[in-house]
Design a protein around this ligand. Structure first.
Ligand SMILES: [Zn+2]
Length: 190
């Protein structure tokens, strides 16, 4: 069973600004955690009114908590990339996912940073899809968003010295790479 954590007592900066962070992805994750992304609820507090309905699921009202990851759309992307995230009793927040990944004992520091990078990257591509739908009326499916994120994650991680190990530890991410042969040995990671 997973429990909520008092995040005021933890330093969560390490989840976003770790050794192998990508500035583009980490910046958006930081903004999301700090409630700096201009969602409909935050804009309405400034007397700026846009359609309050989430453009991803088109059912619930848009907020940071909804987008990450109460929304059916973003939650589907999350649990496909990180199947263990489906074990939460309630749909997790960004910080709850970070904390969960941080406590997985089998991860070494590189795997842990890789998992943090996955979340930052997901936030970026989900936010990008939200903007695409809201401002350009262009819609991609959850699997398209997932594949975009997985490709970006793998591309970024290939600059790390031991990137080959990640394919076995994170098969749900690497299996999406066309032309990349995933090791068939039992996964030790997600
Ligand atoms: Zn939604």
């Amino acid at each position: 069973m997973l429990y909520f954590v008092d995040y005021d007592k933890v330093t969560w900066h390490k989840f976003i600004w770790h050794k192998h962070y990508a500035i583009r992805f980490s910046s958006f994750a930081w903004l999301a955690v700090m409630k700096g992304l201009k969602t409909a609820d935050i804009l309405s507090e400034r007397n700026i009114y846009i359609n309050p309905i989430c453009p991803l699921c088109e059912k619930e009202e848009e907020s940071i908590l909804h987008l990450f990851f109460q929304c059916d759309f973003s939650f589907e992307v999350l649990i496909t990339l990180i199947p263990d995230a489906g074990n939460f009793l309630l749909r997790p927040t960004i910080l709850q996912i970070f904390e969960f990944l941080d406590e997985i004992q089998r991860f070494n520091s590189n795997e842990r940073n890789f998992s943090f990078l996955m979340i930052c990257c997901l936030v970026y591509f989900i936010w990008r899809e939200r903007n695409s739908r809201r401002f350009m009326q262009k819609k991609a499916s959850p699997m398209v968003v997932l594949n975009l994120a997985a490709s970006a994650i793998v591309l970024k991680s290939r600059r790390w010295k031991i990137w080959e190990n990640f394919a076995a530890s994170f098969p749900s991410c690497y299996i999406r790479q066309t032309g990349f042969q995933v090791d068939q040995t039992p996964a030790t990671g997600l």
